[in-house]
Ligand binder design. Structure first.
Ligand code: SAM
Length: 667
């Protein structure tokens, strides 16, 4: 649960009453940041010296975001040819939006940046928030804020990044020792490389010795303002090789990055997983060929007229729920970026109704325990009725920014970029890797005669992302995947003037009408790939509409022409999506056969990754909230950028989890 900052104001600046310390120097916070962090990490010079690259800064203590704003301002002035700045930060006691804007008011020269930060400031819920800040100059690259809301100790254990510069900015070590622990210094060493620098306002001997013990060369400089000294320095190259991360993290969860000048990728499957994967790579300068067997994007499970975007949470906040919450928030951000006008989506709110007292009580307790009020609240039947604009018999959970989306329009918007080429009506028949780590993808054109020269073709790329749901396991390196299809039917009735302001869901759903149609559903046909609509399924959906949402049902003519659509979702045995880099099945099972003796066996060598092959699939019926974040995670893995998800989630999503369990079982 997030605890807000306890502050009081002194001449317009926040002072922490909890730590009895200032957020920045009383003399001039802005000058302090420039002197201590920017100047002593030599940022300007480094950006000028190494153009074209991605630069990563990690900061301890986000506070008011002043360090971010000063860095961003300098970045805009000096990084014309850079691709992206990643600013990774942690904050346990975030300021609320109002306090943030009060604190930043005192810097008029940064106002254009503070306004942008304030409008992008995330919901105050725990975990990673990945925010692409608005582009304020056409020539400099994106600035991406990765803000982890939670305790620094959790952040250190969960972060994956290659850091170029550290800003150590906890409150003074004597009052805020958690921010200056040996764990911090050791983790810094693991995440640093031979040119990584650090700077901090303090010269406390505990900090200096801790950094030195972890392998940093430290130097003292005159401190800012009245401070006598400060520290800065570099990671010490003479310490020997940096420990590979799998000493603390299983080798099959750490894929190699793809260091290649030749940024050619193939994405297979043009649903929401494929389109968002193509988008995430294209944004990073990759040329992407997106392949699908159908003529148009979103022809499979992403093809319904309206999908619901919210986070289905377990009765307690488990790791799956945390992941879906993060995915939901990221999808909302992405929608705002790629579809700024809301013709084809609406964050009208989602009400997840409780159909009995027990469920309502559980939901209330959940809200009290986890306090996610920036995202969801518990409402009674009166509040729910007011929000929905119709009479409801039950209260429930209210996702205030929950949305419905027309997924095909979202997919179109994602791939509407010059460096994505959509190759429709092509089926991938084989994928093979050559000796130079290039993937050869054989394709068959479904709309040409087999005797035609155009019937087959081969494409080559160094990255392939398979986003073709349950069909992926038909290809030889992926036959081990235990995915299964679940067909499901949604129904729609022509409807004008239906009164319904929010999405309603429970064990079925209905969305506010779109383009003159009310859409509701859905059925589940386990292990089925049959895409015929049936009368029985329409009846089932209508019955659910009548039982669950009677005040909507009475507004429609259920005798009218009903239409619908069946699509096949791809599900996994653990109901968790599959996202990330994949290993070679045969080599994996040989190399790690000791797993049969003990699950806890420690391995010290790299896993046999099929370098360049990634999966983004198995999203069931929740792909709108999980697939885009998975796409961003995969793009971060490929480009060696800070991961937008915690390690626990990366591990949970890894395709290799099935190889581990199959090896343990001797399969
Ligand atoms: N860099 C900030 C800025 O630009 O405004 C100032 C940071 S302030 C000196 C230190 C920050 O560390 C505070 O925002 C505080 O809430 C945060 N903090 C303190 N203890 C923490 C902990 N255990 N984990 C994460 N953040 C913590």
């Amino acid at each position: 649960m997030i605890k807000p900052a306890k502050i009081q104001w002194s001449d317009g600046s926040p002072v922490s009453t909890q730590f009895d310390d200032v957020y920045f120097s009383k003399i001039s916070g802005i000058d302090e940041t420039r002197y201590v962090f920017l100047q002593h990490n030599e940022l300007t010079q480094r950006w000028i010296d190494s153009p074209q690259s991605v630069f990563t800064i990690a900061e301890t203590g986000f506070g008011t975001g002043l360090n971010l704003l000063c860095t961003w301002q300098q970045w805009l002035e000096h990084s014309e040819t850079h691709q992206a700045l990643h600013f990774v930060s942690v904050e346990k006691y975030p300021l609320d939006k109002h306090s943030l804007s009060t604190a930043l008011q005192q810097w008029p020269e940064l106002q254009y940046l503070s306004d942008a930060l304030i409008s992008s400031y995330p919901a105050l819920v725990p975990g990673w928030h990945r925010i692409t800040l608005p582009r304020l100059s056409a020539s400099s690259g994106d600035v991406i804020l990765h803000l982890y809301l939670g305790d620094i100790a959790d952040w250190l254990g969960q972060m994956t990044a290659q850091v170029d510069a550290w800003f150590l900015d906890g409150f003074t070590p004597a009052r805020n020792p958690d921010m200056w622990s040996a764990h911090l210094f050791q983790t810094m060493a693991k995440l640093s490389h031979y040119h990584t620098s650090f700077a901090t306002f303090t010269a406390a001997s505990l900090v200096r010795r801790g950094l030195q013990a972890a392998g940093f060369k430290t130097q003292k400089a005159k401190g800012f303002g009245k401070k006598r000294e400060m520290l800065y320095g570099q990671f010490n190259a003479s310490q020997g090789p940096i420990a590979p991360s799998w000493l603390t993290y299983k080798p099959w969860f750490i894929p190699p990055a793809i260091h290649s000048e030749n940024k050619q990728a193939i994405v297979v499957g043009a649903g929401i997983a494929g389109c968002s994967s193509a988008y995430s790579l294209a944004k990073r300068g990759w040329q992407v060929t997106l392949i699908d067997t159908h003529e148009n994007v979103a022809a499979g499970a992403s093809g319904n007229a309206q999908g619901v975007l919210y986070a289905k949470l377990a009765s307690d906040m488990n790791i799956q729920s945390e992941f879906y919450l993060a995915g939901y928030l990221y999808s909302l951000e992405l929608l705002k970026h790629v579809m700024p006008d809301k013709d084809n989506w609406d964050d009208c709110g989602v009400l997840q109704l409780a159909f009995n007292e027990k469920e309502l009580k559980r939901q209330k307790q959940f809200c009290e325990k986890f306090n996610l009020s920036d995202v969801l609240t518990s409402v009674d039947e009166h509040q729910a009725s007011e929000l929905a604009g119709i009479e409801l018999e039950n209260g429930g959970l209210y996702f205030k920014n929950g949305a419905w989306v027309y997924p095909a329009a979202w997919c179109e918007a994602l791939i509407n970029q010059p460096n994505i080429q959509f190759l429709s009506q092509h089926k991938v028949t084989t994928i093979n890797q050559d000796n130079f780590n290039q993937w050869q993808v054989d394709l068959m054109h479904l709309n040409t005669d087999p005797l035609n020269n155009e019937h087959t073709k081969q494409l080559t790329a160094n990255v392939v992302i398979m986003c073709n749901a349950h069909e992926a396991k038909q290809l030889s390196p992926l036959t081990f995947l235990p995915t299964s299809p679940i067909a499901g039917q949604v129904s729609g009735l022509a409807s004008e003037g239906i009164k319904l302001n929010t999405v309603l869901c429970g064990d079925s759903y209905v969305t506010p009408s779109h383009q003159g149609q009310l859409n509701f559903g859905a059925t589940y046909r386990l292990k089925s790939t049959d895409c015929e609509t049936t009368k029985d399924d329409h009846t089932f959906n209508l019955d659910k509409l009548t039982d669950n949402f009677p005040s909507v049902a009475i507004q429609v003519n259920s005798e009218g022409d009903i239409n619908g659509r069946v699509s096949v979702r791809c599900s996994t045995p653990d109901y968790v999506p599959i996202a990330g880099a994949v290993c070679d099945e045969i080599q994996f099972k040989q190399q790690f056969s000791d797993l049969k003796k003990s699950k806890r066996w420690r391995f010290y060598e790299a896993a046999p990754f099929l370098k360049g092959l990634y999966l983004n699939l198995g999203h069931g019926s929740r792909g709108l909230s999980s697939a885009p974040l998975c796409a961003e995670f995969i793009a971060a893995q490929i480009n060696d950028e800070p991961w937008p998800i915690i390690k626990t989630h990366a591990q949970m999503l890894s395709p290799n989890r099935f190889l581990v369990s199959q090896t343990i079982k001797g399969l």
